[in-house]
Ligand binder design. Structure first.
Ligand code: AMP
Ligand code: MG
Length: 337
């Protein structure tokens, strides 16, 4: 009999804890050109999963470049679109994108559509463009070519809006608003590299967000502990091709139209503001570690940088919350242990 004592007690504990534990629902689907996963705890966990799927479908319908009826596609095609003819969320996002572009000194730029299409990275048509085509696309790019008037948004010279560097972050904020109105104890979801963690896990332990291994050898190099905030990563391993040993990736330097060569593999930004985190992870990647860390200090941003030398650099606010697990291949930069 004694031999059964412990497992029986354990089983009872499990049953009791199951009864008090909140319901959990997991979600996994594709939206906005990326894999979406989620985990929701609480009375409305199931409804939460369905609600985010519906919300994302709606947002994709207004922000996608490739859905012809979307606000962005119509603005790109017609070069001019009245605000009355756009969803309010598009107006707000375009305004925010222009503001963040200015604040980042143009390193985040929502009007790189011509360059993004020319490189075609991650599509069947990916290529290294010729100099002439590149210069032409560069001349048709840049946030300065998108103007807002009282009534409309206007593009010049055939420039094209591309919200790929900010839309998932903006969607993160929209999803959080939907979820905050529901009966949930805690949740986390991820849109590609954009993660949000809200509320509490049922066991009370903090949420852990894995930081991708840019070399792909392990899943993660370590993890961040966070609560009620977005954790957004831009990396050169997300969309790329390699030719003659050179990696051509999807984060473009608006200054010359080429994939940014800033000495970084990835940048992760942690912020309650998902839109800001997304735009800035892209911008900081373009800036590089030195300029990026300076920018973070000036603007109160928290970020983690992984360099091509596998060095990990952290802003002050992340030193306590980040744990490096791949200690053989990656090192915390001096003064950051
Ligand atoms: P992210 O993964 O958030 O860094 O965004 C990268 C995506 O944003 C690319 O696939 C492009 O669609 C677009 N993009 C590329 N370079 C930039 C840039 N410097 N600023 C804004 N968007 C960019
Ligand atoms: Mg981004």
């Amino acid at each position: 009999m004694r031999k059964w004592g412990f497992p029986a007690a354990l089983l009872l504990c499990l049953l009791v804890s199951c009864q008090t534990e909140s319901a959990v629902t997991e979600a996994s689907f594709t939206a906005m050109d990326t894999v979406v996963t989620g985990r929701f705890y609480g009375a409305e966990a199931e409804e939460a999963s369905a609600a985010i799927e519906q919300e994302l479908e709606e947002l994709e319908g207004i922000w996608s470049k490739t859905i012809p009826e979307s606000d962005v596609a119509r603005l790109n095609a017609e070069q001019e679109l009245p605000k009355d003819d756009m969803d309010d969320r598009t107006v707000a996002l375009l305004e925010r994108a222009l503001t963040l572009s200015g604040e980042s000194g143009g390193c985040f730029d929502p009007v790189l559509g011509r360059l993004v299409s020319l490189w075609g990275i991650g599509t069947e048509d990916e290529q290294i463009p010729g100099q002439e085509e590149l210069q032409q696309a560069l001349a048709q790019s840049g946030a300065g070519k998108l103007q807002e008037t009282e009534e409309d948004f206007r593009l010049q010279d055939g420039a094209q809006v591309d919200l790929g560097g900010i839309a998932k972050g903006a969607a993160t904020d929209a999803l959080r608003q939907v979820l905050d109105g529901m009966e949930l104890d805690g949740y986390q979801f991820s849109l590609g590299g954009n993660v949000y963690v809200g509320g509490k896990k049922p066991d009370g332990t903090p949420w852990r967000i894995g930081i991708n291994d840019p070399e792909g050898e392990s899943a993660y190099i370590g993890y961040l502990e966070a609560a009620d905030c977005a954790v957004v990563t831009s990396g050169d391993y997300e969309r790329y091709f390699i030719l003659d040993g050179v990696r051509y990736h999807h984060i473009l330097d608006p200054a010359d139209g080429n994939p940014a060569r800033s000495g970084l593999r990835s940048v992760t930004v942690v912020s309650a503001d998902g839109t800001l985190a997304d735009a800035m992870s892209t911008a900081l990647f373009v800036m590089g570690a030195e300029r990026g860390l300076e920018y973070c200090a000036q603007h109160g941003l928290e970020a983690l940088f992984i360099t091509e030398e596998n060095e990990v650099l952290l802003t002050g606010g992340l030193r306590e919350s980040f744990t490096l697990t791949e200690t053989e291949r990656f090192q915390l930069s001096e003064g950051m242990e």
